[in-house]
Design a protein around this ligand. Structure first.
Ligand code: TXA
Ligand code: MG
Length: 346
């Protein structure tokens, strides 16, 4: 049985947080909200507890986990060395959706890092997550709280859909505000390298520390498998076939309109994962639309992206049509997730 506790996201009840930390302390699994997506947490320093995460998610063991701590200072609980660039960035982005890859301490079990000599660590900007970490008194390893290969959960209901009966507890703190995962920045490289674009934009990082590099995140890149196996491949997939149309907005929408018409003549049900201001050209068709917000507001697009994929799956559409929202700011993370979700890119 999975216990579901509902608590205030801004001001969580200490009594409920204590119940959750008791689960962590007895090597159990607790799903909890962060500002990005829901995480599936266990004591990061306990190998047996960590093993349960991989089992519950059906996650391969070569996919390392992010460790969550309550302060930048507490990164020392898992990292052997905190280079100055971390302090500089932390002053701007911690707590927040920025994960640092750092040299690991030996007490971090190899299962957390998939045998790598580095550990990924971040301070989440969510009162429930921070209270849970503090009250548990240990760093908490937490991947996104979805079954392996599914889209990340942005609400407790999403976690329930994927993991009910497989984990001890879910803390329901409402919908997450960022909606895509944290940016993973490897600071063992000079200059630092973005391994996964996410909630903190590349431009925002570069404004503080100058140029960073961006790992080639093409899902079929071999190179990537060696550094960060978890980044490999299709990873965030809805059940429906998803077609991503790249390129300039007007042209992309024209192509999507043709695809929608064709699919409907074949009797397929079509879902539109698009901005509000994209939808009017589809008015004559009977598609299921999931408006992501206005196209100029990338924060809104990111926040609604995974919920949209899940909602269209729930509607049992067989085809989801979507487009790129550029490569600037959060556009890069949105692009990366859509690439991984896509069955076809045109
Ligand atoms: O926003 C987030 O980051 C969410 C919330 C729950 O914090 N967590 C999350 O975890 O997205 P997960 O497990 O779904 O993704 C972790 C990513 C993977 O792509 C993994 O390869 C990378 O972090 N990673 C973890 N440890 C690493 C390491 N030592 N070196 C390189 N990449 C690492
Ligand atoms: Mg994940």
């Amino acid at each position: 049985m999975t216990q579901l506790l509902t608590l205030s996201p801004q001001n969580p009840s200490l009594e409920l947080i204590r119940q959750a930390s008791a689960v962590i302390q007895r090597r159990g699994l607790v799903a909890f909200p962060t500002e990005t997506v829901y995480g599936l947490g266990a004591n990061a320093l306990d190998e047996e507890a960590v093993a349960k995460i991989f089992h519950a998610k059906g996650r391969p063991s070569n996919d390392p986990l992010i460790v969550h701590v309550a302060s930048v200072e507490d990164m020392k609980l898992v990292a052997a060395e905190i280079p100055p660039v971390v302090s500089t960035l932390a002053a701007h982005f911690c707590p927040g959706p920025l994960t640092f890859v750092l040299p690991k301490l030996s007490q971090v079990p190899a299962s957390v890092t998939s045998g790598l000599e580095t550990v990924a660590v971040r301070v989440p900007a969510h009162p429930v997550a921070l209270a849970l970490i503090r009250e548990s008194g240990v760093p908490i390893a937490a991947p996104s709280a979805n079954r392996f290969g599914h889209t990340s959960p942005t609400s407790a209901a999403h976690v329930m859909d994927d993991l009910n009966g497989r984990i001890d507890m879910i803390l329901d703190g409402g919908s997450t505000s960022v909606g895509v995962e944290s940016t993973v920045l490897d600071v063992t490289y000079t200059p630092p390298m973005i391994l996964r674009p996410g909630g903190v934009a590349r431009e925002a990082i570069e404004k503080i520390i100058g140029k960073v590099t961006l790992r080639n995140n093409r899902p079929d890149s071999d190179d990537e498998a060696q550094v960060s196996p978890g980044l490999l491949g299709k990873h965030y997939t809805p059940n429906a076939e998803l077609i991503l149309c790249k390129g300039e907005k007007a042209e992309a929408l024209e192509k999507l309109l043709d695809l929608a018409k064709q699919a409907q003549t074949e009797g397929r049900s079509v879902g539109l994962l698009l901005a509000e201001d994209d939808l009017h050209i589809f008015n004559s068709l009977s598609c299921k639309a999931y408006p992501l917000g206005v196209s100029a507001d990338l924060e809104s697009i990111a926040r609604n992206l995974y919920a949209g994929m899940r909602a269209l799956d729930d509607e049992k559409v067989s085809l989801i049509l979507t487009r790129d929202f550029g490569a600037h700011g959060l556009g890069l993370a949105i692009h990366d997730r859509l690439l991984r979700a896509a069955s076809q890119i045109i």
